[in-house]
Design a protein around this ligand. Structure first.
Ligand code: COA
Ligand code: ZN
Length: 310
C-alpha cells in the first residue's frame, strides 16, 4: 500500500468559519503564505457561501486569488454549498470545489436550508457542469457518524450517498465526522465496508478532535488504505451550524503520526511549527495540536531539507 499521505489543509475554511474573531483578508493571505510554506498537498482557501450565513468567509475570492498568484490552481480547493457558489468559485479561478451533503435531513436544513433530496439534485447538476469544465469535485458526506440533531447515523446511508455522488462523477467522496463523534473501531468498520465497493483512493477523511480521538481515527483509516486526509493547522475548526463541533484534527498531529510510521506527507516541520505560531497569534483561540509542544521543543531532530524526523 502507498506510503504517501496527502494532507488537505482546511484551516482557512473550517478553521476560521466559526471563529469569534473575523480575520481580515490580509490576515488570511498571511496565513495562506505560511500554509504554502508547510508543503501540505492542497489548501482549502475558503468557502463561497452567503456572507450573511458565514461572515467569516467574506472575501474568499480575494484569498483564493492571492493563493493563485503564488501556486498552481491544482493546490487549492474551495467549499461551495450550491450552484451560485460553484459559479462564483469558478469565476474566481477555482479548479477544485468541495460540495457538502449531510447524511441527515435535519443537518442539511440547518446548514443549507435544503432537504437531502434537494442538495443531492443540486450536486448532480453541479458535478455535471464541473465535469464539462474540467473542475475537480470532492463530495463531502457530513455528520457521517453522528448528527447533532438526529443522533447516530446509519453507515448504509453514508455508503449510499457516497456511491451516488461518485456515480454522478465526483472525483472523491470525503467522509466527514463534523462533530468529532467517531471512534477508531467505527472508522475501521465503516471503511472496511465502503472499500468493498469503492477504491480507497476515491475516499478521504475529515475528522474533528472533539473527543480526543482524531489521530486514532486517522490511524484506523490509514489501516484501511485511506491516504487523503483533511487537517487544520493548530487544530482550529468547527461548524457554526453543528452544535458541539470543535477543532479539526491538527495538521501537526497527523504529520507527526505519519512520519513516525514512515509515511511521507511532504511536510516541512519547521515551516509547520511557524504556521501554528501564526494561527495562534492571529486567532487568539487556536491552542495548537497535541504534537505542537513536543515538536516546537525538538526542532533539532528535524532535517529541514527533508522535513523528516532524524
Ligand atoms: N454565495 C453567496 N451568496 C449566496 C450564495 C452563495 N453560494 N447562495 C445564495 N446566496 C445569496 C442569494 O443571492 C441571496 O442573496 P440576497 O438576500 O441578497 O438576495 C441570499 O443568499 C439568500 O439566497 P437563498 O438561495 O434563498 O439561500 P438561503 O437563504 O436558503 O441560504 C445558503 C442557503 C446555502 C446560501 C446559506 O445557507 C449558506 O450560505 N450556508 C452556508 C453553510 C456553510 O458554510 N456551512 C459550513 C460548511 S459545511
Ligand atoms: Zn469540519
Amino acid at each position: 500500500m502507498s506510503s504517501r499521505v496527502f494532507l488537505n489543509e482546511v484551516g482557512l475554511r473550517d478553521g476560521l468559519q466559526a471563529q469569534p474573531k473575523h480575520l481580515t483578508v490580509a490576515e488570511r493571505c498571511q496565513l495562506m503564505d505560511s500554509l504554502l510554506a508547510c508543503g501540505v498537498s492542497t489548501i482549502e482557501a475558503g468557502s463561497f457561501v452567503s456572507p450573511k450565513a458565514v461572515p467569516q468567509m467574506a472575501g474568499t475570492d480575494e484569498v483564493l486569488g492571492y493563493g493563485l498568484e503564488k501556486a498552481s490552481a491544482s493546490r487549492f480547493n474551495v467549499l461551495v454549498p450550491n450552484r451560485k457558489g460553484y459559479e462564483l468559485a469558478v469565476a474566481a479561478g477555482a479548479r477544485e470545489v468541495n460540495l457538502v451533503v449531510s447524511a441527515t435531513d435535519t443537518m442539511n436544513q440547518k446548514n443549507i436550508n435544503m432537504s437531502t433530496a434537494q442538495i443531492m439534485a443540486v450536486c448532480e447538476g453541479v458535478i455535471e457542469s464541473a465535469k464539462q469544465e474540467g473542475v475537480r469535485v470532492n463530495a463531502y458526506v457530513a455528520v457521517a457518524f453522528e448528527c447533532p440533531f438526529e443522533g447516530r447515523v446509519d453507515s448504509g446511508q453514508v455508503i449510499s450517498l457516497s456511491q451516488r455522488l461518485l456515480a454522478y462523477g465526483a472525483d472523491r467522496a470525503v467522509i466527514a465526522d463534523t462533530i468529532g463523534a467517531a471512534s477508531p473501531f467505527q472508522v475501521s468498520r465503516l471503511f472496511r465496508e465502503m472499500c468493498r465497493g469503492i477504491q480507497p483512493d476515491r475516499l478521504a477523511c475529515h475528522f474533528h478532535d472533539t473527543r480526543a480521538m482524531g489521530v486514532a481515527n486517522v490511524y484506523a483509516a490509514i489501516e484501511q488504505g485511506i491516504r487523503h486526509f483533511d487537517s487544520s493547522i493548530g487544530g482550529l475548526g468547527g461548524c457554526p451550524f453543528a452544535p458541539g463541533a470543535s477543532g479539526n484534527v491538527a495538521t501537526e498531529d497527523i504529520a507527526l503520526l505519519c512520519h513516525q510510521e514512515g509515511l511521507d506527507t511532504g511536510i516541512n516541520f519547521a515551516a509547520m511549527v511557524e504556521a501554528v505560531e501564526l494561527v495562534k497569534q492571529l486567532t487568539g483561540t487556536a491552542k495548537g495540536g497535541r504534537a505542537y509542544y513536543w515538536l516546537s521543543t525538538h526542532m533539532e531532530r528535524f532535517t529541514e531539507k527533508k522535513g523528516e524526523v532524524a
